[in-house]
Design a protein around this ligand. Structure first.
Ligand code: PMP
Length: 362
């Protein structure tokens, strides 16, 4: 046996790394980033704040100030605390590691965010995917049957869902949270909450097994890598035990504290992206051979319904025009011929639309 076979777990060897394409020179619409930067005055002030950060010191391990600001500014209910992660990706990993009893399972509707399944596999958990209905709503009966059969330690419900963009029915979600009960945690992943605005955060006190996970990435701070998650204190204490020490660095901490004092700026950017989403959806819908799905997120899922070209063809024709979106057409049978595009500035949306028109004609 080779060194790799000797030491690396077979399920890890069977995985492919999470692929992030190099977007140099492209109009980048593949990763649901907020295209707007902070206004110049705020950037200058932020620069001064960051200059004062003690880079020679480890971060304050309790993150007291940052957590207090997150709780105050981002709608965490009174009496609830948060755990912070290096992006919500790290929080997903923390939950997986904490719950990785031998034989434990992770359940999520599919298609969904790929890290739920990947992180489960990293931690040695079995992943069970339950297909959504063709309209991307939850198949409640199938979810409840899977919960009964597999007794998942972790169930993820992304609200809104990535890559489909829709929000699931709240009553269905509540039924699922109740059906899981004290046999598992239900993580409601609200990465796209700034664009949906609906949230389960105020409902934390109703459900001891509910965990609400968020990120500042889509709000406009993808580069600083900061996620936060809230749930009952008892559960939070356990998750916190497997969090790597100092996992949020001093620059992220200082930048987040500063920006959260000005969160209204980011909220206004999210509001304008919601408006752009409506416009972009209408213009895409008007193109022949394209189906656009309803979205409560900062991206749109579109299906190519043109007998002459597939989603692969449109994706590469867009690349030729220096526009990078995400081809999800082979990710799941329900996504056949689908593409996902981030909603951006009016200028970038126009470039995308023009490139899309030309690509569909090619
Ligand atoms: N959850 C969902 C549903 C996502 O789509 C993403 C990123 N694409 C994340 C979590 C991870 O976000 P981050 O690590 O940037 O906080």
């Amino acid at each position: 046996m080779s060194l790799i076979e000797n030491i690396i777990r077979p399920e890890v060897r069977a995985l492919s790394a999470y692929h992030v394409p190099d977007a140099g020179g492209f109009v980048k619409l593949d990763a649901m980033e907020n295209p707007y930067i902070l206004p110049e005055t705020l950037r200058e002030e932020l620069g001064r704040r960051l200059a004062d950060v003690a880079l020679n010191r480890y971060p304050v391990p309790s993150y007291t100030e940052l957590k207090a600001r997150i709780c105050a500014k981002l709608g965490v209910p009174a009496g609830y605390d948060v755990i912070l992660g290096n992006g919500s990706d790290e929080l997903i990993s923390i939950v997986s590691v904490a719950c990785a009893k031998p034989g434990a399972k992770v359940l999520a509707p599919t298609p969904g965010f790929v890290m739920y399944a990947m992180s489960a596999k990293f931690a040695g958990l079995e992943f069970v995917g339950v297909p959504l209905k063709p309209d991307f709503s939850l198949d409640k009966a199938a979810m409840l049957a899977a919960i009964e059969q597999h007794k998942p330690a972790i169930t993820y419900l992304a609200y809104p869902n990535n890559p489909t963009g829709n929000v699931f029915d709240v009553a269905d979600m509540v039924e699922i949270i109740k059906a899981v009960g004290d046999t598992g945690a239900v993580i409601v992943d609200e990465a796209y909450q700034p664009f949906a605005q609906d949230t389960f955060m105020p409902r934390l006190p109703e459900f001891p097994n509910l965990v609400v996970m968020r990120t500042v990435s889509k709000l406009g701070l993808a580069g600083i890598r900061l996620g936060y998650m809230s749930c009952s204190g008892a559960l939070l204490t356990e998750f916190d035990k497997v969090r790597p020490p100092y996992n949020v660095n001093v620059l992220t901490q200082a930048a987040a504290e500063f920006v959260l004092e000005h969160v209204d700026v980011l909220d206004a950017q999210a509001a304008s992206l919601r408006w752009e989403r409506t416009k972009l959806a209408a213009e895409l819908t008007a193109l022949p051979g394209v189906e656009v799905f309803p979205s409560a997120a900062n991206f749109l899922l579109v299906r190519v319904k043109n007998p002459n070209i597939t989603s692969d063809g449109v994706f590469s024709a867009l690349l030729d025009r220096k526009v990078l979106i995400k081809n999800v057409g082979k990710m799941h049978p329900l996504l056949e011929n689908c593409l996902r595009v981030t909603v951006s500035t009016p200028e970038e949306n126009r470039i995308f639309l023009d490139a899309m028109k030309a690509s569909l004609a090619s």
